[in-house]
Design a protein around this ligand. Structure first.
Ligand SMILES: [Zn+2]
Length: 317
């Protein structure tokens, strides 16, 4: 048995109001998690993993690598926190210009006390188009709002129609091919005109310390797309990142990351463009792992104790 590596997959580190899809870790929990790792594991540099896979050499015992997916505006702070703790990580960045639809749904449906008139009209139309037959609560009191903020998409109950709306709109978005003309998709994109912030890509101190990886332009389920559209998504994102950081981008992570979220076309394109690729399904990495489907463990907003229990489980999988 050779030593095995746990690759952790984070998304966003931030203090948040709502997080229906469970991808955000609060600042406090994140600091506690990395402190725990510093004393109870061996945090490796991304280059150590690349060398280990290239030369098929073992890594130290209880090795852990940190990765971050999507490219949220908080990445500048996260990168700096890691530098302050001498930790180098991989950041996979999607390059779509506007905010992700799941963030827009969170801020406008789950965090807004009052839904703006224009949004209210659009959301009610989207609900109808997604097969729903209910109306949104336009105005909420503080108590109701805090209940909605706590709501998670996997909850079987919907305390308010705003939660029900989030769920059916998200489900519909999962089924849509964004490259086919589709009114639903068009409408969602029309509410999501808030631009994303990529300022961390212009900060040399941050970029040189960490590794920047590709994560497609639009963050779609690649298995739904034609070869040509996948090529555009993958290569367009790679050239966007390389132009910004003025360096080659050699690593990729599959959006959503499960094996059903990509296909043979994806893997061929990824092999033509990158040296290593990361998935989202669970598993340990060893020196003979497949370099184009490296498994990872998703990290949630766990306290230090919970994180400790989870990490021990990961190492024993
Ligand atoms: Zn992602």
């Amino acid at each position: 048995m050779w030593p095995k590596l746990v690759i952790l997959c984070y998304h966003r580190v931030k203090n948040y109001k709502s997080d229906p899809v469970n991808i955000t870790v609060s600042n406090e929990n994140f600091l506690n998690q990395i402190k725990f790792l510093k004393y109870n594991a061996k945090i490796i540099h991304p280059q150590q993993l690349f060398d280990s896979l290239k030369h098929r050499q073992n890594l130290p015992k209880r090795s852990v690598l940190l990765t971050f997916d999507d490219g949220y505006s908080s990445y500048g702070e996260t990168m700096q926190t890691l530098i302050d703790n001498s930790i180098s990580a991989i950041f996979f960045i999607s390059s779509r210009k506007y905010k992700f639809w799941w963030d827009v749904l969170s801020s406008r449906l789950l965090e807004a006390k009052t839904i703006k008139d224009i949004d209210y009209k659009i959301f009610n139309k989207l609900i109808k188009m997604a097969g729903g037959n209910f109306k949104l609560e336009k105005e909420l009191d503080i108590k109701a709002l805090s209940k909605i903020n706590q709501w998670k998409i996997e909850d079987p109950n919907f305390p308010y129609n705003r939660c029900r709306a989030y769920k059916i709109i998200a489900k519909k978005m999962d089924e849509i091919n964004p490259y086919e003309k589709n009114e639903f998709f068009f409408m969602i994109n029309n509410i999501t005109k808030e631009k994303r912030n990529f300022s961390y890509l212009f900060n040399n101190n941050l970029i040189k310390y960490h590794t920047i990886g590709a994560h497609t332009i639009g963050h779609y389920d690649l298995a739904n797309l034609s070869y040509e559209n996948q090529k555009e998504e993958i290569e367009g994102n790679k050239s966007f990142l390389e132009t910004h950081i003025k360096e080659k981008v050699n690593v990729f992570s599959y959006p959503f990351g499960m094996q059903y979220n990509y296909n043979d076309d994806t893997i061929n394109l990824v092999k033509n463009n990158f040296q290593f690729a990361f998935s989202g399904f669970q598993g340990l990495v060893h020196k003979d792992s497949n370099m184009f489907e490296l498994p990872r463990f998703l990290v949630r907003d766990w306290s230090k104790n919970e994180f400790q229990v989870r990490l021990n489980k990961f190492f024993n999988i």
